[in-house]
Write a protein that binds this ligand. Structure first.
Ligand SMILES: *Cc1c(COP(=O)(O)O)cnc(C)c1O
Length: 415
């Protein structure tokens, strides 16, 4: 069918529905590097505004760290700009191999395979390692990219209630007769900032002869005493069969991801995972940057320690101000507003005060669970956090939500 007026109308209609629902996503243009202080053009065409970024995945403040930028430059000079090939034809350099070894060392795994992104790692891994005699049992709040990967795989699908170990055990019993069983979870859940109970999950998987898959995108580099991830925090290093993670968040924030874990599984991915076989290799400049990031993190825990301190300071400040927070101890700190419009209004007013933090509401989170998700970074200094706390206090007062319970906010604003 030609791209007729009728076709155009169908799409315009859909876009209008999105707008009417109040969830049309407007791009904001950042004119600076990614850091605690950024310059933003928003809405498009308006003059630049200096704001403090409270919503990047730049947990360790490495996105524009001078050492990382320098290493990337050196990589660019010595290995060039692009490889113009997928990995298995002629897209593998010595540094790709070196990075796979370094990532395995860092995560405490047997082997690692790089993917263009963690989205691609999640999209490719299940189909590569499972077949129709097998089952995938996933937490109901796993990341969208895992859901897509599960959809692409012919194994049977089942879920368990979020972090509910009794329910998971029931499902493991239900599927006892399957050839292979994989339990699937995020290490740190991106919307609530809570951690999967990996110690209990490892024990359950051992009891019922299942493999454990953990997506560590919001954990690698800073969760656990030396930042290895959620498996370090729960004392189960070396016991996770399949880890996926991204280099697009704490680990420099550029792009790329991987599957890391048991060596046979990784080898199967090298033979069969479609995004590995059919999508271009990670650019040398990015590989060089990530190598430097791992080098920095292996030298010292200074950055993840600072992140932990910043997070404590931030949580304490917001709690004292009287906001309702999601409980937890990760640098994902959701400020609960419950009502979608309220979340948007608070976000807009914070922006006016020079604080950049985004409102999340249905369908990204459930109805009645609207929030501002703040994310803390080792790139924040106390003066950033203090300024942000002043702004949150001012805006919280304006909407009369300080010291109010969830029910009181819901009574006043509705879902
Ligand atoms: C961000 C994220 C991804 C996607 O990572 P990319 O490398 O950007 O594709 C996958 N899983 C989880 C849990 C994430 O938070």
């Amino acid at each position: 069918m030609a791209y007729s007026d009728k076709v155009r109308e169908i799409y315009k209609e859909q876009l209008k529905d999105i707008e009417n629902a109040g969830i049309f996503k407007q791009e904001r243009f950042i004119h600076s590097t990614q850091a605690a202080d950024i310059e933003v053009e928003y809405p498009a065409g308006s003059s630049l505004k200096k704001v403090i970024n409270m919503c990047a995945n730049n947990y360790l403040g490495l996105s524009s760290h001078p050492e990382v930028v320098k290493a990337a430059h050196e990589g660019l000079d010595s290995r060039g700009y692009g490889m113009s090939s997928v990995r298995f034809i002629c897209g593998t350099q010595d540094i790709h191999n070196e990075l796979e070894k370094k990532v395995s060392e860092f995560l405490g795994t047997e082997n690692t395979i790089l993917f263009p992104s963690c989205m691609d790692a999640n999209a490719g891994v299940f189909e590569a390692i499972l077949g129709s005699e097998d089952v995938m049992i996933s937490d109901r709040l796993v990341h969208a990219s895992i859901i897509d990967g599960i959809r692409l795989c012919s194994a049977e699908r089942d879920t368990f209630k979020h972090s509910n170990m009794e329910h998971l055990e029931k499902k493991l019993q239900l599927h006892a007769d399957k050839r292979l069983k994989v339990v699937i979870t995020d290490g740190v859940f991106s919307m609530d900032g809570d951690c999967a109970k990996l110690d209990e999950m490892v024990a359950l998987c051992a009891k019922y002869d299942a493999m454990l898959f953990v997506d560590e995108s919001h954990a690698s580099g800073f969760i656990g005493k030396t930042g290895r991830g959620t498996h370090e925090k729960y004392g189960v290093l070396g016991k996770i069969d399949i880890i996926t993670t991204t280099f697009g968040k704490a680990l420099g924030g550029a792009s790329g991801g991987c599957v890391s874990g048991r060596k046979e599984l990784v080898e199967i991915c090298r033979q069969k995972a479609r995004p590995y076989l059919f999508s271009n290799t990670i650019a040398p400049v990015v590989v060089s940057g990530v190598l430097k990031v791992l080098d920095i993190l292996s030298r010292s825990t200074e950055r993840r320690d600072k992140l932990e301190k910043n997070t404590e300071y931030w949580r304490k400040g917001l709690t004292e101000a009287g906001f309702v927070l999601k409980e937890g101890d990760t640098p994902i700190v959701p400020v609960m507003l419950f009502n979608a419009k309220l979340a948007q209004d608070v976000s807009r007013d914070l922006y006016e005060e020079g604080i950049y933090a985004i409102g999340f509401f249905f369908p990204v989170v459930s109805k009645g669970q609207a929030r501002i998700r703040t994310q803390i970074s080792a790139g924040h200094e106390i003066h950033h956090l203090d300024k942000a706390l002043v702004a949150f206090n001012k805006v919280g007062k304006k909407y009369d939500i300080l010291g109010k319970t969830k029910q009181a906010i819901l009574d006043r604003y509705g879902q």
